[in-house]
Design a protein around this ligand. Structure first.
Ligand SMILES: [Fe+2]
Ligand SMILES: [Fe+2]
Length: 260
């Protein structure tokens, strides 16, 4: 079993496809991950399931890999013991989780924006430009900059979980670029397609951060690092020099507009 713990998850799934279903049942699905070179033991450690659930899941995986043998399931070593109770975040992580709320409000508006999409009138086009500005300045520069330029620097940037986050941010930026180009050509279908894809991408991305990445980071940072991180976040916000209030007003206005 130890051999498999140190194997890449995608390789295991290729060999034993049933393992993917088992992981999904325990919400340890790696389907949303786009890179896919995590080791089995890392996945188990990062998701930090309650001990009994983890043992149960590992036993099922072991039975799938070795159907004819009794295999002893090793306990995954954790740097810090898991806290199975509800998610509690340190102040800097809480700040990121709180910022996600405004992004999620925007994502919730995307279906209505797409339904009423008008790329012909100035007013209709301005709405998309405003939405793109929200994504570029609030979601990307204000929020993702704190993740990429500050938080991720505390960890090994080659870690699969961080590579996945970088990849998602990059994919998001590409959607924005495509939306703007399509808007220029008044290509309604492409604007709609990439706006929708952006919403789906960010929904999964925020879920991964809120439920997996940020709690895992909290467990692996010292109190001193958490303090440092918080003050660095505040400095970054000051350097950026604009307040999120403007973007809250934009979202409030849209919510009002599309209120049934
Ligand atoms: Fe992110
Ligand atoms: Fe985020």
């Amino acid at each position: 079993m130890e051999t498999y713990l140190n194997k890449g998850i995608k390789e295991i799934i290729d060999q034993f496809p049933e393992v993917e279903n088992i992981l999904n049942e325990y919400d340890v699905g790696c389907a949303p991950c786009s890179v896919g070179t995590c080791l089995l033991k890392d996945i188990v450690e990062i998701h930090s399931l309650p001990e009994d659930r983890e043992q149960e899941m590992m036993t099922r995986i072991a039975k799938t890999i070795y159907p004819d043998r009794e295999v002893e399931v090793p306990k995954i070593k954790r740097k810090i013991e898991a806290k199975p109770e509800e998610l509690k975040y340190s102040p800097p992580m809480k700040k990121l989780v709180d910022e996600h709320v405004l992004i999620k409000r925007w994502i919730a508006l995307i279906p209505a924006v797409v339904k009423n999409l008008d790329v012909e009138s100035d007013e209709g086009r301005q709405l998309i430009l405003d939405g793109v500005e929200f994504i570029r300045y609030y979601a990307d520069r204000y929020h993702h900059a704190k993740e990429e330029d500050v938080l991720f620097k505390y960890f090994d940037e080659n870690l699969e979980i961080l590579q996945v986050m970088y990849e998602d941010h990059k994919t998001g930026r590409n959607h924005v670029k495509t939306i703007l180009e399509a808007l220029e050509r008044k290509d309604k279908a492409t604007v709609a397609k990439h706006l929708t894809a952006y919403g789906e991408l960010l929904t999964q991305h925020i879920r991964k951060e809120d439920e997996i990445l940020l709690p895992w980071m909290d467990r692996n940072l010292t109190d001193r690092q958490i303090g440092e991180l918080f003050s660095e976040f505040n400095q970054t916000d000051e350097q950026i020099g604009y307040s999120p209030a403007k973007y809250e007003t934009f979202i409030d206005r849209l919510e009002e507009q599309y209120k049934q």
